[in-house]
Write a protein that binds this ligand. Structure first.
Ligand code: ADP
Length: 516
């Protein structure tokens, strides 16, 4: 009964829409390099290429005890980080809830709350005894404990320890904050409470990932986030930051970490192979036309793109191609499908105990699909169906509602969307390798020096997507291999930047003290 004029044609077309050819990946890398150059030469470019005033990365020998405060994720986080100087660290942390009232009230109330949270943390969690530093007006300021602030909102940074808040995002809207220096807002709150805590560094979470991976692995040139959003920060030659021309930073020369804000790649021109599903997701998003690259790649959107494709199949005419034409409340709900679902589906598909390994499936549109399934394929699809029916699933109640073909279609859609994301993530990584002279595009002459280099190239990554989506890294590397060649790809060492925001902020605070 599945037979209909051209069911297979519908699947083939979606396949084609999501396919990114090697040629397109190469063109995207060139366009990415152009946008990097533009962002480095002028201010207010969509891909902002923000100089961070961090002039080097750690090598693992750093020591010291620092506090870190992280605002911008789901919770407020306070940590104490002890850097042992041997690539290891000890970290204790506590999380504090930021109420809706604080998010939307006066900025001073919000920052007072941040200071109170640090105070509470020092009393109840910190391993070092800070009692002499708390609320003691007679203590010397030189005794102050140093704190790094990870603030994951758009900021125009003007020094390691100052930056103007540009806008709120992620549901914050505290009044009288925009346009003010976030470090000063926090320091004023510490001072109001006579706390001897000094905020010495302002860090973006991406920079934190770079620094913490550099510390624990002994060197790293790129930090990249593939979580709710996507972004990257890498070490650039100050000479190439052309918008610095004439400034003190330019005169100092050397290197500086640049926060790319690469989620905004492609905002202005359309290089990316957009599908109608992407257009729908963008149009209904809170920021249509912005963060276009991010919308192809990150955790916030992959579930939503998949949901949009799945619904198109449920609604297909002249006859539904999925779930007998029946949607569920979660399928109908805007952002009703978490990217975690994609990870769970892929994990179920890959690993079903005895049936581990790859299997062949008949074409999805073939009328006799189910009767042609091998036992191994049936076992895998049954595992996929369990996820569809499971707690993070699509909200169907019984196996009768989800055929094995439905399961196969869902897995195919999720894998298609995630694979494209991982391939495009490879473009971002390849671009920074080329930008920093570590690689060249296929067909371009590599310098002899480049080919003869054989140092390891460190990349630190963080975020639920790269951590949890099975084979995200493998697919990213596939794209990298294609773009920069196997010899360079083999030397790229990609590792998780654990506790990036805490350790990164501590390392940045240390940098701030060193840089004076
Ligand atoms: P953030 O980027 O905000 O610091 P995370 O790195 O935890 O936070 O990313 C959260 C995002 O990751 C959300 O968009 C969520 O949908 C997605 N996510 C959560 N769990 C998983 C998972 N197991 N696999 C893939 N994505 C996930």
């Amino acid at each position: 009964s599945f037979a209909y004029p051209d069911a297979q044609g519908v699947f083939d077309q979606i396949n084609k829409q999501f396919y990114v050819s090697p040629e397109v990946l190469t063109e995207l890398t060139k366009a990415f390099l152009d946008e990097i150059a533009l962002g480095l030469s002028e201010y207010n470019h969509a891909m902002a290429m923000i100089p961070t005033f961090v002039t080097g990365v750690p090598d693992g020998t750093e020591t010291g005890t620092f506090l870190a405060l992280d605002l911008g994720g789901t919770n407020l986080r306070v940590c104490e980080v002890v850097l042992n100087g041997d690539k290891t660290f000890n970290l204790v942390q506590n999380q504090y809830k930021v109420s809706e009232a604080l998010k939307h009230g006066e900025a001073t109330a919000l920052f007072d709350y941040l200071a109170d949270s640090v105070d509470a943390f020092l009393t109840t969690h910190a391993t070092t005894d800070y009692t002499s530093l708390q609320s003691d007006p007679s203590a010397h300021t030189s005794d102050a404990v140093h704190l790094g602030l990870t603030f994951s909102f758009p900021v125009e940074q003007t020094a390691l320890n100052s930056g103007k808040i540009l806008t709120w995002t992620k549901g914050f809207s505290a009044k009288h904050a925009i346009g003010n220096d976030v470090v000063k807002l926090l320091q004023d709150a510490f001072n109001r409470k006579h706390m001897h805590v000094k905020c010495v560094a302002l860090v973006n979470d991406t920079v934190g990932a770079l620094l913490s991976r550099a510390y624990t692995s002994g060197g790293c040139f790129l930090g990249a986030i593939f979580g709710t959003g996507t972004n990257g920060a890498y070490l650039e030659d100050v000479d190439k930051i052309r918008k610095f021309a004439g400034s003190a930073a330019a005169a100092n020369g050397g290197a500086m970490v640049v926060n790319t804000e690469w989620g905004a790649f492609n905002n202005s021109k359309s290089h990316l192979p957009v599908t109608p599903f992407d257009n729908a997701v963008d149009r209904l998003s809170i920021n249509p036309g912005y963060q276009i690259f991010e919308k192809f790649i990150s955790g916030m959107y992959l579930g939503e793109i998949s949901r949009t494709v799945l619904l198109s199949l449920v609604d297909a005419t002249p006859k539904s191609l999925l779930f007998k034409g029946k949607a569920t409340p979660s399928l109908n709900q805007h952002y009703g499908l978490d990217t975690r679902f994609l990870s769970e589906i892929e994990a179920a598909w890959i690993d079903t105990g005895a049936t581990k390994g790859s299997v062949e499936l008949p074409p999805l549109g073939k009328p006799s699909f189910e009767s042609e399934l091998s036992d191994a394929a049936k076992a895998k699809l049954t595992a996929v169906r369990k996820v569809i029916l499971g707690p993070h699933g699509l909200g169907y109640k019984s196996e009768d509602e989800v055929s094995l073909r439905d399961a196969a279609i869902v897995r195919w859609v999720c894998a298609l969307v995630a694979r494209r994301a991982a391939l495009l993530s490879g473009v971002a990584v390849a671009t920074t390798l080329i930008q920093t002279g570590r690689a060249v595009l296929p067909g371009q002459e590599g310098s002899k020096a480049l080919r003869e280099r054989n140092e390891k190239i460190g990349v630190g990554v963080d975020g639920s997507l790269v951590e949890n989506y099975p084979n995200f890294n493998t697919i990213l590397r596939e794209s990298l291999r294609l773009l920069v060649g196997e010899d360079v790809e083999q030397r790229v060492n990609i590792g998780l930047a654990k506790d990036g925001s805490g350790v990164g902020a501590a390392l940045c605070a240390l940098q701030a003290l060193k840089q004076g």
